[in-house]
Design a protein around this ligand. Structure first.
Ligand SMILES: Cc1ncc(COP(=O)(O)O)c(C=O)c1O
Length: 402
């Protein structure tokens, strides 16, 4: 594939002139001028100097199965022989099959899937559905949360994201994450739903305190409110189980998934629902329609993703590789927060996560800092890394950060 611009300077100038001037300036200021080019497996390459980077951010999980995962690419190629995005007015076997796979991944707890093109739209839909189902308006969310940047998802995210845009819809309350008293105090008879990321990504992956999610689930249940868990980053095997909620002994009413679901090649996202929540669509079958939600070619990609995740030994391997990172990072100047292959490198000093991310990028390991906690570097290698690759990444990171 030939790059559309002859050199780096022209590509950067084109981006600044026609896409985002501020982003270009910000990247320039920190000395990151990578133009992403070819990509394969756990790495991507700079388009102009040929340098390869280990992708230890994976766009929050989009590249869980690596870049251009061969089985996903093959499924999409074969799919393109006869499919396209499909027709959202009609019954689709491809959508049904993917929903069935997703249901199986929850052990049948959440047997219905409503498909959307993005995590943001899925969160938005889940919150609307919670209001319709309960007849209440209140939504309780966490400060420091990130659920997407439009509609109700924006209103549920940390206030810093919606502040520039004036008033958001009424009914949203934000409380500190991991504070059981605060959230119990916020949930009441007017609460339709509590929405939380199972492990808040932009807060730097703080583990839920022991019993926290159970307390939240209990408080929601007692108040007749729903529990929505945003597993856009933590689902699909990322933490060593299909879904992180399984490790916390809670049974959410709705789960949001996205990012890696489409295998990094086609956007697919979904809200997974308990049967009683489907009642609303039973009565109002056209209450949510989306031209591209559950596009059939995306379903084909996602089914190939689900096939791989459900292979025998896949999840155990995620945990084994996570442990290999943990062993390799022993003695490093950060506290490792680790859940399978979701990791946060937590430094003592504010800004430590930013400095570390830059050092890692310079050394050839792409990672980013946590937006709501600058002392943490998010570290999410693809789930398909080999043991030899883990060792190489660890050695590079040790040299960069040691
Ligand atoms: C936890 C979480 N929820 C929701 C979203 C929004 O997903 P999307 O960017 O696909 O709209 C993101 C995106 O980063 C996310 O990390």
């Amino acid at each position: 594939m030939v790059e559309p611009y002859p050199d780096r300077a022209a590509a950067i100038a084109g981006f600044a002139a026609h896409v985002n001037r501020g982003k270009t300036r910000a990247l320039e200021a920190i000395g990151v001028d990578i133009v992403i080019g070819d990509r394969s497996g756990a790495r991507f390459q700079d388009a102009y100097n040929g340098r390869w980077y280990w992708n230890c951010h994976c766009n929050g999980g989009v590249f869980n199965l690596g870049h251009r995962n061969p089985a996903v690419v093959d499924a999409v190629r074969r799919g393109l022989e006869r499919l396209d995005v499909g027709n959202h007015h009609l019954i689709s076997g491809h959508r049904a099959h993917l929903a069935e796979q997703l249901s199986a991944s929850t052990g049948g707890l959440l047997p219905f899937a409503v498909f959307t093109p993005s995590g943001t739209e899925s969160v938005d839909l889940a919150l609307r559905l919670a209001r319709a189902h309960t007849g209440r308006a209140g939504i309780v969310a966490a400060t420091g949360a990130y659920h997407g940047l439009s509609g109700f998802a924006l209103a549920a995210s940390d206030p810093r994201w919606f502040d520039p845009f004036g008033p958001v819809p009424e009914g949203f309350t934000h409380v500190a994450y991991n504070d059981p008293d605060a959230i119990e105090g916020a949930i009441g008879p007017g609460t339709a739903a509590v929405i939380l990321e199972s492990i808040p990504a932009t807060l730097g992956f703080p583990a839920p305190a022991p019993g926290y999610l159970e307390t939240v689930a209990g408080a929601a249940r007692d108040a007749g409110a729903l529990l929505i868990l945003d597993e856009v980053q933590t689902g699909l095997g990322r933490t060593g189980t299909n879904w992180y909620f399984e490790q916390q002994g809670v049974a959410p009413d709705m789960v949001i998934t996205g990012k890696g679901l489409g295998g990094g090649v086609y956007p697919v996202s979904a809200v997974l629902l308990r049967p009683e929540l489907e009642d609303f669509f039973d009565a109002n079958p056209f209450a949510y329609v989306s031209t591209f939600g559950g596009a059939e070619i995306g379903c084909v990609a996602a089914s190939a993703v689900m096939d791989q995740i459900s292979e025998l030994g896949f999840l155990e391997r995620v945990e084994r590789l996570g442990q290999r990172f943990e062993d390799g990072f022993d003695g490093m100047p950060f506290t490792l927060r680790r859940f399978g292959l979701t990791m946060g490198l937590a430094f003592d000093e504010e800004g430590g996560g930013v400095i570390a991310a830059k050092k890692l990028i310079d050394a050839g390991v792409f990672a980013v800092y946590a937006e709501h906690d600058h002392s943490v570097t998010q570290f999410k290698p693809p789930l398909i890394v080999t043991e030899a690759e883990v060792d190489e990444i660890v050695a590079t990171a040790r040299a960069a950060l040691g």
